[in-house]
Design a protein around this ligand. Structure first.
Ligand SMILES: NC(=O)c1ccc[n+]([C@@H]2O[C@H](COP(=O)([O-])OP(=O)(O)OC[C@H]3O[C@@H](n4cnc5c(N)ncnc54)[C@H](O)[C@@H]3O)[C@@H](O)[C@H]2O)c1
Length: 282
């Protein structure tokens, strides 16, 4: 089966790479050739590192690369059995892609979204096949992280969930089923309140970010504490998700702490900007 991936950024490029590593042919689409070139360069860099460590051969690298077709034309996806969308986190942009894919693809093809937070039901409403639309939420980096959340929209069929769970296993991942379309699915629904609580502890003067990170890594055995993780993933992204949860649930549990909002207003959005909860330029 041919797989399509729309969007060749951090996630889409890596999902296409994982798809090819798993032995599938994949078509990767972005709006401009330079984004596709960047995605290919990232894949090659990763594979060169694996070759240097003796974990991959030059022949395997060539075979994996050959399985990937790069395109700027969505119509090239017409023979795909499954298309995974991983474009920017913008509802209207996603709906536009789903609407076009619905017109291009065979009626039985599945269209899945890698959205971290948007409603699958809302995205599916842009198509005439809401039963063949679902969430397929990978974690960063997808070549390493084992989990895939397969998310049901309101109309997603049992067969669609079954096929996406099987595909996740073919990708050497561990799928779980999210039975209802709810903001943040499982992982972010648990992670975001932990971020909020950690920030409140700092606001109350109970402990420093450093000590809270140490407490969580050593006491809960998490690989990263909440402040290190926010800086790594983007402090602004965490705030965006909190605001979205607050908007959807209308529950003060999800109200973003002011300290966090001010950090983002100051442009301290994490490692990518050189500073977030911690400074990285020192
Ligand atoms: N980065 C993460 O840690 C992470 C983890 C899980 C899920 N997600 C989700 O994955 C999606 C992509 O995130 P990302 O971090 O890879 O973003 P990104 O900004 O790195 O990449 C987005 C890519 O989509 C392209 N694009 C935009 N509109 C397009 C269109 N109409 N057709 C084709 N390509 C288009 C852009 O040119 C860009 O290359 C988002 O929905 C995000 O919420 C991100």
């Amino acid at each position: 089966m041919m797989i399509g991936v729309v969007g060749s950024g951090t996630m889409g490029g890596a999902i296409a790479h994982q798809t090819a590593i798993s032995g599938f042919k994949v078509i990767l689409r972005d709006v401009e050739q330079r984004f596709l070139d960047n995605a290919l360069a990232r894949m090659q860099k990763l594979m060169d590192r694996q070759i240097a460590k003796g974990k991959l051969t030059e022949e395997q690298k060539a075979e994996i690369t050959e399985r990937i077709t790069f395109t700027t034309k969505l119509e090239d996806m017409k023979d795909c059995g499954v298309v995974i969308e991983a474009i920017i986190e913008d509802l209207e942009a996603k709906k536009a892609v789903f609407h076009s894919l619905d017109e291009i693809l065979r009626p039985e093809a599945i269209i899945a979204s890698n959205t971290s937070s948007m409603s699958i039901t809302d995205i599916a409403s842009a198509t005439n096949r809401p039963d063949r639309v679902a969430g397929m939420h990978f974690f960063n980096p997808p070549q390493v992280m084992k989990l895939v959340e397969v998310v049901r929209g309101y109309e997603t069929s049992d067969e669609t969930v079954k096929e996406l769970k099987k595909l996740s296993i073919d990708f050497n991942k561990e799928p779980i089923e999210v039975k209802k379309d709810t903001p943040g699915f499982i992982v972010n629904r648990i992670m975001i309140p932990q971020f909020i609580e950690a920030i409140r502890l700092v606001e109350e003067g109970v402990a420093s970010p450093e000590d809270i990170d140490k407490a969580v890594t050593l006491g809960l055995n998490y690989p990263m504490g909440p402040f290190t993780l926010q800086d790594y993933a983007g402090v602004d992204i965490g705030l965006h998700v909190m605001d979205y949860f607050y908007e959807e649930f209308k529950d003060s549990r999800f109200a973003a702490p002011l300290t966090l909002r001010n950090l983002v207003r100051a442009g301290r959005v994490g490692k990518k900007s050189g500073a977030g909860w911690y400074d990285y330029n020192k």
